[in-house]
Design a protein around this ligand. Structure first.
Ligand code: SAH
Length: 264
């Protein structure tokens, strides 16, 4: 792609934000695989960097909390002429690094050279899509995604969105449902939902989907226990018209019909 000796002039560098999918290499797109192979540098949160197929790239692994620093580092490397892949799990545009890269670029103090870096985003399979596929088709009609992390936004914003999404009868996919620092948020979100939605509303807990220890639980809003979720779980709560189809010896299929029938 770049001629030898052109690396230092800044003209041959690029930055691509790459979605790695939820886990297995089967869910890594050919485009993402090619860009990872062509990169000279991989930048990202340690566990994601570890998932990049082996190669000669320089790996810049960092902590989870330093997204903006990581984005600036990636832009700076690319402006120096490096071919940089910033990696995220799932889709890089869903609660992940793509927005951090644009935020770093949008900073008035960003060097002009950063704006000249060829920049691209490679989409990936997001956790909600992977979990939905395992469960059936719960996202078959209107849905929204809400992160329960209040590291980056006030908790009142989260509860307001949960309440309004429930009132608007969206299927809701919850990311970042729980962590050691945030043990109570998922339970609180279920409490808000129970004020609006029926107890028999289907709830899907998709844990480590695509990984060897994958687990899928289909339960209901009345019965769900927040302790069944961890930070590798995406939680999907059905709408009023989300339905179950029993399966012999297995969890039922969950789907949301494409035609909307208002509840009786
Ligand atoms: N960009 C990612 C989301 C990053 S936020 C994506 O599009 O999937 C991290 C959250 O994603 C986790 O807390 C969890 O809710 C969800 N998640 C990521 N990988 C997952 C997997 N393999 N199975 C279930 N949930 C996952």
């Amino acid at each position: 792609m770049s001629a030898p000796g052109t690396k230092a002039d800044g003209a041959s560098g690029w930055l691509t934000v790459v979605g790695l999918g939820p886990g297995p290499e089967d869910w890594l797109t050919p485009e993402a695989r090619r860009d990872l192979a062509e990169a000279t540098d991989i930048v990202g949160y340690g566990p994601y960097v570890d998932r990049v197929p082996p190669g000669p790239q320089i790996r810049h692994a960092s902590d989870n909390r330093v997204e903006l620093d990581r984005a600036r580092q990636a832009l700076a490397l690319a402006a120096e002429g490096r071919r940089v892949a910033v990696v995220s799990g799932g889709d890089p545009g869903v609660f992940a690094m793509a927005a951090a890269v644009f935020e770093a670029l949008d900073d008035p103090a960003a060097p002009a050279a950063w704006h000249r870096v060829p920049l691209r985003v490679d989409p990936g399979v997001s956790a909600m899509q992977a979990a939905a596929a395992r469960a059936g088709a719960p996202l078959g009609h209107d849905f929204c995604a809400i992160s329960l992390s209040d590291n980056l936004k006030p908790w009142e914003v989260v509860t307001r969105r949960v309440r309004l999404a429930a009132e608007a009868d969206f299927v809701i996919a919850f990311y970042n449902p729980i962590s050691r620092a945030r043990p109570w948020q998922l339970g609180a979100a279920f409490d808000v939902l129970r004020e609006v939605r029926a107890p028999e509303t289907p709830v899907i807990l998709g844990q480590a989907i695509g990984r060897p220890d994958e687990k899928l639980i289909v339960t209901s809003l009345g019965a769900v226990d927040p302790a069944q979720a961890d930070m590798r779980t995406v939680v999907i709560v059905g709408a009023s018209h989300t339905r179950l189809i029993p399966r012999d010896g297995r969890q039922p299929w969950v789907y949301t019909p494409r035609s909307y029938r208002a509840p009786a």
